[in-house]
Design a protein around this ligand. Structure first.
Ligand code: EPZ
Length: 423
């Protein structure tokens, strides 16, 4: 397992290109199952999660190939010969559950392993199940697998309200409804940019969908979808992550491809903390105005609120802020595992259930720390950029799931960082 060693090296300066969104790509790829014609994605990120989704789709009979060093993903699901998503793949990545809706719609049946819990929470699938049952699916749990069948051989349009605006349940419902007979309306739908990107792609494939980006999405079922080529939207979580780098280490970094509308709530918190965020013709320029970062309170919410996937990174910034910041994590039940690791670096953090209080200190001290999940791992690297001395982050395979070329991207703006192989 590799480690990343980062040494506090003063202010950063330069440009960082932001890749296509992991969480958009992971729902766009299963959309290939909805059509017999080729679906090609451009601006795709080079990540281990994308490789896992590739393996899953290939196990169902889809042809998936990475072209142009992985930036293009060419897929064809003309001949699907298997409708079972096996546990050994699904357990590695929860997003595997996004093949459920498309397979039900295209094949009228699907067997998908339950993903099982993960580091940040139990992550059940009840919202996915009730949403697909509303479309006429019969779903039962057997030996850890969801066995799903479309009643009467095909899904039927329906009106359904989600108890909670779940991103994945919204994606599964919308994909399944594109081929259902009749009209479907999803209420309390998730509004994340990745949902909008999925709908844009489905519309190019011939789907009749309105309301994306709002809490009510209407889908008029069609008989079949055709192929398309679609660029993956910019990754707002990678964007927010690299916006924190100059905020915590000082200096100025331009995040190429960044758009304010993707990170509005997050950028407002950075502004309140004394960080300047400026739109340029190439992206977002972020700089720490003079003086110490100010503590600001944060509460994670569904989009367009503050994203839970940027909570760990914001906590790292608050560790050296002036004052005390309160972070309320309302989306996942166990998403403060970075806190004890940051405390090893001298941070003063009190965690009580879903709330963390961070008392800012002048400077963190480098230390050996351990990555526990994807976003926690990058928050430790961000903290290391500003810490005195060397921080060694172990188990960085978590990082490879969601961030491409972290070392080269940060090194290009002056960070002292390297990746080493551990025995
Ligand atoms: C997506 O996960 C993202 N993953 C997550 O990003 C992100 O944190 C999350 O949305 C929230 O924004 C992908 O898009 C691949 P949810 P998803 O369904 O769809 C509960 C990252 O770091 N819930 O909106 O699984 C669930 O337990 C990852 O890139 C149910 O109770 O999120 C959680 O507490 C982490 N029952 C909350 O809802 C269900 O059936 C949010 O889940 C489904 C979800």
């Amino acid at each position: 397992m590799d480690s990343i060693i980062v040494t506090g090296n003063g202010p950063l300066k330069g440009q960082i290109p932001i890749a296509g969104a992991k969480n958009a790509c992971l729902t766009l790829m299963p959309a290939t199952l909805l059509s017999e014609e080729p679906l090609t994605l451009t601006n795709a990120p080079r990540l281990s999660d994308i490789k896992t989704m590739t393996t899953l789709l290939q196990s169902l009979g889809a042809e998936v190939s990475q072209l142009q060093d992985g930036q293009v993903i060419a897929m064809s699901s003309h001949d699907l010969d298997n409708h079972t998503a096996h546990y050994d793949i699904v357990r590695k990545m929860r997003a595997s559950n996004l093949v459920l809706g498309p397979m039900l719609a295209r094949l009228g049946q699907a067997i998908v392993s339950l993903p099982g819990g993960c580091a940040i929470g139990a992550r059940p699938m009840d919202l996915h199940i009730t949403a697909l049952e509303a479309l006429g699916a019969e779903i039962e749990l057997k030996d850890g697998y969801l066995h799903a069948k479309a009643k009467g051989g095909g899904l039927k349009g329906a009106v359904h309200e989600l108890r909670f605006a779940s991103v994945g349940a919204t994606e599964n419902f919308v994909m399944a409804a594109t081929l259902a007979k009749g009209t479907s309306v999803l209420k309390n739908a998730a509004r994340e940019p990745e949902i909008v990107d999925l709908v844009r792609c489905l519309q190019k494939m011939g789907a009749q969908i309105d309301g994306e980006g709002t809490d009510t999405i209407t889908i008029q079922g069609v008989d079949r979808l055709h192929g398309a080529t679609h660029p993956v939207v910019t990754d707002r979580i990678e964007l927010g992550t690299y916006m924190i780098a100059p905020a915590i280490a000082g200096g100025e970094v331009e995040c190429l491809g960044g758009k304010l509308e993707l990170v509005q709530a997050f950028a407002e918190k950075l502004d309140a903390a004394g960080i300047s965020v400026e739109e340029t013709d190439k992206g977002l320029k972020v700089a720490r105005r003079n003086g110490r970062v100010r503590a600001v309170d944060v509460k994670t919410e569904v989009f367009p609120g503050f994203p839970t996937d940027l909570q760990a990174q914001m906590m790292a910034l608050m560790c050296t802020a002036e004052g005390t910041a309160t972070l309320d994590e309302t989306i996942f039940e166990n998403r403060f595992m970075h806190a004890p690791e940051l405390s090893r670096m001298g941070a003063e953090i009190e965690v009580h259930g879903g709330q963390a209080k961070v008392h800012g200190v002048e400077r963190l001290k480098g230390a050996p720390v351990m990555a526990t999940d994807l976003r926690a791992s990058v928050s430790l690297i961000l903290a290391g950029l500003a810490a005195e001395g060397e921080t060694r982050v172990s188990r960085v395979y978590h990082l490879d799931r969601g961030y491409e070329n972290v070392v080269s991207k940060l090194r290009s703006v002056g960070a002292k960082i390297e990746r080493v192989k551990e025995e």
